[in-house]
Ligand binder design. Structure first.
Ligand SMILES: Cc1cc2nc3c(=O)[nH]c(=O)nc-3n(C[C@H](O)[C@H](O)[C@H](O)COP(=O)(O)OP(=O)(O)OC[C@H]3O[C@@H](n4cnc5c(N)ncnc54)[C@H](O)[C@@H]3O)c2cc1C
Length: 233
């Protein structure tokens, strides 16, 4: 529900929860981790990969992923990539401590496969929070690998998050670095469970690489986070 007519946004008011910004950490001017506290978030069922939908204006809702969860205190963290191209990004940029926020969820579209012996994650700036959560919640005997494709000048920032994935510098052709990485690092019939998230078109091209290596569709989990020229997803 990216953009809602006013009467619809009025109808969903009973489902909307309230929270407060309790902490903010900037990683550079493009990445910001924000903590949100709410009684409605205390002791709830939650799995790595679950998402939350914030009201970012009177009529716009935007999805974000929980990158850390403190069950006892009802606090979630979200790592925002501030691309500054839409109301969600502007809203996140302007958040300050003690601000009141409205949200729905958290809800599940994808979640961590706790049975897989090997997990491979690929994505972009918007999916770092997702993979931080998945890395944290993976079992000690699960092998975690993968790659994040980002703007070249932000490589150092990624190191700061402690994500155990390879950082790839984006070329002029978005997704190309990830395609090449999968091509070089994944062998045919690999039995890992793959998570492809982030830019919609990149998910299509990287999925095609995996299919060409005989990876079963059931082992490829996809979740587009944004698409060129499209509002919200
Ligand atoms: C389930 C889910 C979980 C998500 N989790 C996160 C998260 O944890 N952290 C996070 O930062 N984002 C996350 N996103 C992505 C975020 O919701 C989108 O980037 C969203 O478009 C932001 O809304 P906006 O109002 O800023 O831009 P919109 O109004 O939606 O889009 C405006 C323009 O910006 C472009 N755009 C959107 N995203 C990007 C981008 N990353 N790079 C370049 N151009 C872009 C669009 O193509 C469009 O042209 C998630 C999305 C989904 C669906």
């Amino acid at each position: 529900m990216p953009t809602l007519p006013k009467f619809v946004s009025d109808m969903i008011i009973p489902f909307i929860k309230k929270g407060t910004v309790t902490n903010i950490q900037y990683h550079s001017k493009h990445f910001k981790t924000v903590s949100f506290k709410s009684d409605s978030l205390k002791n709830i069922r939650f799995k790595a990969g679950w998402e939350i939908e914030f009201s970012v204006s009177d009529t716009d809702m935007r999805h974000y992923t929980i990158s850390a969860y403190d069950k006892k205190n009802g606090i979630v963290e979200v790592l925002f990539y501030l691309h500054q191209k839409g109301p969600g990004s502007f809203w996140a940029s302007n958040l300050n401590i003690n601000d009141k926020v409205h949200f729905m969820g958290p809800g599940k579209k994808i979640s961590l496969d706790e049975q897989a012996s090997s997990l491979v994650f690929t994505g972009d700036e918007t999916t770092i929070g997702l993979y931080l959560m998945m890395q944290q919640r993976s079992r000690p005997n699960q092998q975690v690998s993968g790659a994040i494709e980002i703007q070249k000048e932000w490589n150092n920032v990624i190191d700061e998050f402690g994500l155990k994935l390879t950082t790839l510098s984006r070329t002029d052709n978005r997704g190309e670095a990830l395609v090449n990485w999968l091509d070089e690092n994944i062998s045919s019939n690999d039995k890992s469970v793959f998570y492809l998230t982030g830019h919609a078109k990149t998910i299509q091209t990287t999925r095609a690489v995996l299919k060409s290596k005989n990876i079963a569709s059931s082992k490829i989990i996809t979740r587009p986070y944004w698409a060129d020229g499209k509002t919200g997803l």
